[in-house]
Design a binder for this molecule. Structure first.
Ligand code: HEC
Ligand code: HEC
Length: 337
C-alpha cells in the first residue's frame, strides 16, 4: 500500500482533470449582473423565436379560417334542405306564395372569391344586395338573414305570401341552434358567387307595394275549366306546379305565371338562339303549345332543382292528348299571368 498518488497512471490523471473541469463548470458562480444579463438575452432569443413561429403560422391560421368557412357552408346546405327548401326552393329560386328567392342576385348581390397573399380566401363584393337598399336595412346581408331566420316574421308583410315566416331560433321556440343559423346564413351568402338572375327567381314585392290585395281571379270559362281538368288528368302535376292547383311538382318549371313567362321567353335571346327544329312561336299561346308538343325544341334554362334536363318531359303529348284537349289546356294555361 503506497501513497494514493503512487500507483496513479496517466489515464486516471486525465480523468481527474476532466472531472475538475466539469466540477468548475458546475460550481461556477458568475457575478449577479452577469446572471441577469444572460437571463435577459435568453428571454430575448426566445421571444424572437416565438414571433417568427407565430408569423409563419399566420398563413396556416388563415387557411384554417377559410376551411372553417367552407365547413360552415357545407353544414348550412344540410340545414337549408331540411328547413328552408320547402318554401324557398331547393336552389333558392323561391316558390310562388310560399317564399321569395334567396339566391337571386337582387337578394344576395354578387361577390367574388379573392385569394390574398397570405393564403386566405375572402369575398369581394362586386354588386351589393339591392334588396337591403330597397328595404333600408342598415346592417349587413348576413345580419338580415340571421335576424329574419332567428325570429321569423310575425306579421305577414304581404298577401302574396300564403304563410307566415316560422321562428327558427331554439331560445324562441324554434328548431335551430345559433350556430346552425350562422351556417345556413353562410350557405345562402355563398350563392352570391353564382347568383340566379332575377328573371329566374320569385322576387318579393317592394315594401308597401305588396300590401295591395291580390287581383280577384277572373272566373274561368267552361273551356278553361275543362283545360284545368286536362292539366290535372294528363300527369303534368307530377313535374309542374300551379299555385293552388293539385300536386306541386318540382321537376319542371312552375307554371303559375306561364303566360307572362311565355311572353318573356319568346322575346329572349336564349330562345332565339337555342330553339331547334321548330319555327319561333309568335305568341305566348303558341309558345305554350310548342312546349307541350315539342318539349325538346327549346330547353328552359332553370328548373327548381337546377338547370332543366332535356328529354325529361314526355315527348308524346301530340299522340296522348286529343286536339280538343290540347286547345282547352293551352287556353287554361294562358289564364296564368
Ligand atoms: C313555411 C315557409 C317558409 C320556411 C320553412 C322558411 N321561410 Fe323564409 N320566408 C318565407 C316567406 C313567406 C317569406 C316572406 C315573408 C314576408 O316578407 O312577409 C320569407 C322570407 C325570408 C327572408 C327574407 C327575404 C327577403 O327578400 O327579404 C329570409 C332571409 C328567409 N326567409 C330565410 C329563411 C331561412 C334561412 C329558412 C330556413 C332556415 C327559411 N327562410 C324558411 C317562408 C318560409
Ligand atoms: C316528367 C316531367 C314532366 C311532365 C310529366 C310534364 N313536364 Fe312540362 N316540362 C318538364 C321539364 C323538365 C321542362 C323544362 C325542360 C324543357 O324545356 O323541356 C318542362 C317545360 C314545360 C313548359 C315550358 C315552361 C317554361 O317555363 O317555359 C311547359 C309550358 C310545360 N312543360 C307544360 C307541361 C304540361 C301542360 C304538361 C302536361 C300535359 C307537362 N308539361 C308535363 C317536365 C315535365
Amino acid at each position: 500500500m503506497g501513497h494514493p498518488l503512487h500507483g496513479e497512471n496517466l489515464l486516471q490523471r486525465k480523468g481527474k482533470t476532466r472531472m475538475s473541469i466539469i466540477k468548475k463548470i458546475i460550481t461556477f458562480r458568475p457575478s449577479f449582473t452577469l446572471r441577469i444579463l444572460t437571463g435577459l438575452i435568453a428571454m430575448l432569443v426566445m421571444l424572437s423565436v416565438c414571433t417568427v413561429v407565430a408569423i409563419s403560422d399566420q398563413t396556416g391560421l388563415n387557411v384554417r379560417d377559410t376551411q372553417f368557412r367552407a365547413r360552415a357552408v357545407e353544414a348550412g346546405a344540410k340545414v337549408y334542405s331540411l328547413q328552408c327548401a320547402r318554401c324557398h326552393g331547393a336552389g333558392g329560386e323561391g316558390i310562388e306564395g310560399l317564399g321569395p328567392s334567396l339566391a337571386a342576385e337582387s337578394f344576395v348581390g354578387r361577390r367574388e372569391l379573392e385569394e390574398r397573399p397570405d393564403g386566405s380566401v375572402a369575398y369581394r363584393v362586386v354588386a351589393p344586395s339591392a334588396r337591403m337598399q330597397q328595404i333600408g336595412w342598415g346592417g349587413t346581408l348576413e345580419d338580415y338573414i340571421i335576424a329574419v331566420t332567428s325570429s321569423g316574421i310575425p306579421v305577414r308583410s304581404s298577401p302574396v305570401w300564403d304563410v307566415n315566416h316560422p321562428t327558427f331560433l331554439d331560445s324562441l321556440g324554434g328548431p335551430l341552434r345559433p350556430d346552425q343559423i350562422r351556417d345556413v346564413t353562410a350557405f345562402i351568402v355563398n350563392w352570391s358567387l353564382k347568383p340566379l338572375s332575377d328573371d329566374q327567381a320569385v322576387l318579393p314585392p317592394a315594401p308597401g307595394e305588396g300590401m295591395a290585395g291580390r287581383p280577384t281571379p277572373v272566373p274561368l270559362t267552361e273551356q278553361q275549366e275543362a283545360g284545368k281538368q286536362v292539366y290535372l288528368r294528363a300527369g303534368c302535376t307530377a313535374c309542374h306546379a300551379i299555385r293552388g292547383v293539385g300536386n306541386q311538382g318540382a321537376l319542371g318549371p312552375s307554371l303559375s305565371r306561364i303566360y307572362t313567362v311565355a311572353t318573356e321567353r319568346i322575346a329572349s335571346e336564349d330562345y332565339k338562339q337555342n330553339l331547334r327544329d321548330q319555327p319561333p312561336a309568335a305568341s305566348p299561346e303558341e309558345y305554350i303549345r310548342q312546349s307541350i308538343l315539342h318539349p325538346n325544341a327549346y330547353i328552359v334554362p332553370q328548373c327548381p332543382q337546377g338547370p332543366c334536363v332535356a328529354g325529361l318531359m314526355p315527348q308524346n303529348y301530340s299522340q296522348t292528348l286529343s286536339p280538343e284537349d290540347l286547345d282547352k289546356l293551352v287556353d287554361y294555361l294562358s289564364t296564368l299571368r
